[in-house]
Ligand binder design. Structure first.
Ligand SMILES: [Zn+2]
Ligand SMILES: [Zn+2]
Length: 385
């Protein structure tokens, strides 16, 4: 009897998962292709994400994240690198037009899904200009960029602080405030993952739209600056925003975080060594230096240190108890270095999360909100379509 019930739960979860909008808030979709060539439409035997596997995991939409790592900042090569990333993203999406299409609005996502394809929202992680030129912001918008991080990844922009650098601006400068107003006017998602507490709080005061933390964790589980404290999460939710949960135990499990930090000799966000580097390194040399990092694997942690999927859902559950079911989302960070839960191979195993939520007794409506409904709501609000 128990067996039959478990089977029914699994069937229900599977149907629910594949009928829902699964909208992943953060995926390192093309770093591998930028540094090593190849095509997102080709199935790989390593890494966590490619189009064939995403389809098998039920993914319907994603923040297709392009990424400018800190290594490009000392030589002020961030604009060039961001343009290369966006160029490749658009090329890869166009090359695979039978499976994926660029979405500029929430309505686009629905239309693309109806055609049986995955919708890609262009997101940039890191900085396209440490000074935050508003003309460049408009240029990137015209190229299709619809989501942008407030901080320069784990590095301070000259107008907005990161969680994990010096906090040289005490949050936002006057120009940082103007930058937010321009993002509001254009209709771009202000992505506060990697921003400092002060920067997030001040952005919430200024922005006329809700904010999104695309891939995050809770400080109540792991007290690191990269995670969200309860009071800030409440403020984000009160403004209608959404927090996406990163799939790696490194964010959510103190035990795994400490294991990883001990083995790496520093916390995963620490870029202090790059700040000390010579600025004169040419771009191709930087490419060659960081290429081996991609596709970025998680920590090689033993199984008993990894989180279970049920424990991972327990983190989302705490956020739901704190701010309600309308403010949580999925933001895996696939191929960006998450240490996956025990038994989780890659994007193909996303249905395990839905199954765990069904077992926990969540309603279908709540699960749909988490899987993508909440993120779609905010995206529609920000893009006004
Ligand atoms: Zn990130
Ligand atoms: Zn990332």
């Amino acid at each position: 009897m128990a067996c039959t019930l478990a089977g029914q739960t699994a069937d229900h979860a599977r149907n629910l998962h594949f009928q829902s909008l699964v909208f992943d808030g953060h995926v390192h979709a093309i770093d591998r292709e930028l540094y090593h060539g190849g095509d997102i439409g080709t199935r790989k035997s390593d890494g966590m994400w490619d189009l064939p596997r995403a389809k098998e995991g039920g993914v319907k939409a994603l923040f297709f994240s392009t990424y400018v790592p800190e290594d490009y900042y000392p030589g002020r090569l961030e604009t060039r690198q961001a343009l290369r990333e966006i160029d490749l993203a658009l090329e890869q999406i166009a090359k695979n037009s039978s499976a994926i299409e660029l979405a500029l609005t929430a309505r686009d996502i629905e239309r693309i899904n109806q055609a049986g394809k995955i919708a890609a929202v262009l997101d940039l992680e890191g900085s396209f200009d440490l000074d935050g030129d508003l003309g460049l912001l408009r240029d990137f918008y015209k190229l299709g960029l619809r989501s942008y991080q407030l901080s320069a990844h784990n590095w301070d922009n000259n107008y907005a602080d990161s969680c994990c650098a010096q906090h040289k601006n005490h949050g936002l400068t006057e120009h940082g405030r103007a930058f937010i107003r321009e993002m509001n006017r254009l209709g771009m998602v202000i992505n506060v993952s990697h921003a400092s507490d002060e920067a997030i709080s001040q952005a919430l005061d200024i922005s006329t739209d809700p904010l999104v933390a695309t891939h995050h964790g809770l400080r109540s589980f792991n007290d690191i600056p990269r995670n969200m404290p309860d009071d800030l999460l409440k403020k984000l939710a009160a403004k209608g925003g959404v927090i996406g949960f990163q799939i790696g135990g490194d964010f959510h499990s103190r035990k795994l975080f400490e294991w990883r930090t001990a083995h790496a000799g520093k916390p995963f966000w620490d870029t202090g060594d790059i700040a000390k580097r010579e600025a004169a390194m040419p771009l191709p040399d930087i490419d060659r230096m960081i290429a081996p990092q991609f596709p970025m694997p998680g920590a090689d942690a033993p199984g008993d240190i990894r989180m279970t999927v049920d424990e991972w859902v327990g983190v989302v559950d705490r956020a739901i108890h704190l701010v309600g079911e309308d403010h949580v989302a999925l933001g895996t960070d696939f191929d960006g270095g998450p240490t996956l839960p025990r038994g989780f191979r890659d994007v193909r195993d996303l249905p395990l999360i839905t199954e765990s939520m069904v077992r926990r007794g969540y309603s279908d409506a709540r699960i749909r909100k988490f899987l993508g409904g909440n993120l779609l709501r905010v995206f529609a609000q920000v893009t006004r379509h």
